[in-house]
Write a protein that binds this ligand. Structure first.
Ligand SMILES: [Zn+2]
Length: 174
């Protein structure tokens, strides 16, 4: 998949480069809206991709700085998978996609932008959205800006976790 449309990219590129790992920095930061974290689970969090493949593209990331799934303990792995599922359902509630791609890019050859902190991409899909050419020629693509996308997903996560307390994962819990 290719990155398609990101008007905020220039702004991002112009900003000073963050030291260290961006996922660790986002998780440690106090401003989830600024760092695009839409939901904090117990052992993993969901963050909007600044360079989305598609509207609503999330990444699910363990708090622990780990490169490989085998480095996660069972609780971390379970929370990661549960949060992938919650992310899919939040995207469905917020954007009504017709499908979802879930995947990991492990290693630079596989397209990993950040190699040493694993993250699972959760990308909403619509029939016909694979035609990237109109996008590249500046016609149309991601209809929503990042801020609006953030709010819709955050609301969806909140609604889902309130509706299903038994499945809720909460930061700081056991
Ligand atoms: Zn990290």
């Amino acid at each position: 998949m290719k990155q398609i449309w990101a008007p905020w990219r220039l702004q991002y590129v112009a900003a000073p480069k963050a030291e260290g790992c961006i996922f660790c920095a986002a998780a440690a930061g106090g401003d989830d809206r600024a760092s695009l974290i839409v939901y904090r689970g117990t052992l993993a969090f969901a963050i909007l991709n600044l360079f989305p493949y598609n509207s609503g593209h999330l990444m699910v990331v363990p708090y622990q700085h780990r490169a490989r799934l085998s480095e996660l303990n069972d609780a971390e792995a379970l929370d990661l998978v549960r949060l992938v599922d919650l992310s899919i359902r939040a995207q469905e509630m917020a954007f009504h996609p017709e499908g979802t791609n879930v995947g990991m890019n492990l290693g630079r050859a596989a397209g990993a932008g950040i190699e040493d902190h694993l993250h699972v991409h959760v990308v909403p899909r619509w029939v016909g959205d694979t035609n990237f050419m109109p996008v590249l020629t500046d016609t149309k693509v991601i209809p929503e800006h990042l801020e609006a996308t953030y709010q819709r997903l955050r609301d969806a996560f909140a609604a889902l976790t309130q509706a299903e307390p038994a499945r809720r994962t909460k930061h700081g819990g056991a």
